[in-house]
Design a protein around this ligand. Sequence first.
Ligand code: CA
Length: 368
Amino acid sequence: MERRDFLKKTGVAAAAVAGTAVSVPAVLAKEKTYRWKMVTTWPPGLPVLQIGAERFAKRLEEVTGGRIKIQVFAGGELVPPLGVFDAVSGGTVECGSGASYYWAGKVPAGQWFSSVPFGLNPQGINAWFYSGGGLKLWEEVYAPFNIIPRPQGNTGVQMGGWFRKEMKSIEDFRGLKMRIPGLGGKVVAKAGCAVTLLPAGEIFTSLERGVIDATEWVGPLHDLRMGFYKAAQYYYYPGWHEPGTCLEVIFNKKAYEELPKDLQAAIDAVAMETNLWSLCEFESGNGAALEELITKHNVNLVQFPDALLEDLRKLSEETLEEEAAKDPMSQKVHEAFKKFKKQIGGWGTVSERAYYDVIIDKYSLKKE
Ligand code: CA
């Protein structure tokens, strides 16, 4: 090793003297400290999400012995929250953190990599990314924008949302004013819902004043923090529209490719680790927060009626087909997603579902 390093160093010196252009050899790249900037779509201090982005940076610095240092900026600190994709694409910053459905207007096919109504749960979407070709396809979708994506987190199955009235059938969506983003928003719009997109800071006040009748947010951990239980009587489940939303960390292609191979590998490994960490934080945090909402705040926890969910499922299928038909890449991703969902569906029925059916009584949510 030492002899090879020596030869490389002397080779570089000779080339430099001769004025020949050389690429930075691995030995010099290993001595270099990379100082990067990351911008995120999240508010400062947002549990698991902004904290997850900061954890990613910290862990990467740890595992690389300080060879890569990333300064993390929350949404609005360096660029607007929804300016993250452009900032990374254009090379203003080296990396960013958010969710791919935020860029639906720019990259419609990207939506399938964050959340699909009645789509894959966290286990399923991770299986698709790492073992089913999903990540390769995601890379292909972002390639024209000079961006390399990695899954960086997962919210777990979200909640259906907070409603100021009971939801008995699909008809109850007609005329309802609801804050719900993404493909889920398109689905309820088909049912006659007036969909609004409010920034995080305006949702509670709008719900409390009746400007909107309903909102979805994330899960109990984040919903408790927002205080929605003070503004709406009914807390519905399940989050059919976001059954396992994947969060992303994205890299400017040039910046990523300039890194030595071992740092690229470190990035990939830490992203995967953060993905797992995030899901664990959501699972444990949601469990505790749900109990607090029920026991301390007497929240009326309600399951959507089966018939209402079935109607939403039909509308979702129509919506997905329509959205996919809008461009060839969306169609390609949609077909791949459907194929993988079908592939694991049968197994899920005899494993996860059958197991939950057996243990369901032990986790009954009925108030004592
Ligand atoms: Ca949500």
